[in-house]
Design a protein around this ligand. Structure first.
Ligand SMILES: [Zn+2]
Length: 219
């Protein structure tokens, strides 16, 4: 899309350049070449005109400051613009009526994924999300159940155990509600960050820890 925009931008600049001569452009912007085809150079301070307008080549060249180029370049330098903006300016100021590309009309129709999702598509995404989360939570739930039946061996308060029990209630609460289509969407709307936190924590920390402990007790 960027490439297309650049191509049509280049085309646009060329079209503007082909539509008007440099003489028309500089005269429009208030410069009148003398009989020697010279104007006072706007790009460096001077009293004697030393900027040559070459009608044949459709270019300008300043013998004083060595600035030169085509009509676009002239406006680019004069107004401190990019070539594209300079072409746009000429097109607009001189009412050339050329259609300037914008990143929108230069690009093809927006990609389907860029348009907003329909309600139905949103719900499908939530369905998928809910079932994924449900499966992870179910794994976690089984583990929590195991843990809840095992009281801490010494009477030490194990903060992890406490946290597990805390999650236990939440997970239990969430499981059926994620499965049930009637409650799924409000779960997504209200509980998404919590669910995501629990499932991520389970996937990234708890599962690994359980595995490490199992490895340890096996050796
Ligand atoms: Zn100059």
């Amino acid at each position: 899309m960027v490439v297309q925009f650049l191509t049509s931008t280049t085309d646009f600049i060329r079209d503007v350049k082909n539509r008007v001569t440099i003489r028309q452009v500089i005269e429009f912007y208030g410069f009148t070449p003398n009989r020697q085809h010279m104007i006072s150079c706007p790009f460096h301070g001077e009293k004697t005109p030393s900027c040559y307008i070459d009608d044949e080549r459709d270019t300008f060249y300043c013998f004083g400051c060595q600035t030169g180029g085509d009509s676009i370049k002239f406006i680019e330098k004069l107004y401190d613009l990019t070539p594209y903006r300079a072409a746009q300016k000429i097109n607009q100021d001189m009412s050339l009526g050329l259609k300037a590309p914008t990143s929108q009309n230069a690009a093809p129709a927006p990609e389907p994924k860029e348009r907003p999702l329909t309600e139905h598509e949103k719900n499908l995404q939530i369905d998928e999300w809910a079932l994924q989360q449900h499966d992870i939570l179910l794994d976690y739930y089984r583990l929590l159940k195991e843990y809840s039946q095992e009281l801490p061996k010494d009477n030490e308060i194990n903060w992890k155990f406490a946290a597990f029990l805390d999650d236990f209630e939440t997970v239990e609460f969430l499981l059926n509600r994620l499965l049930d289509k009637k409650t799924r969407y409000s779960m997504y709307a209200n509980w998404q960050p919590t669910i995501q936190r629990i499932t991520n924590n389970f996937k990234e920390n708890i599962k690994r820890e359980v595995k490490q402990n199992a490895d340890k007790s096996n050796t």
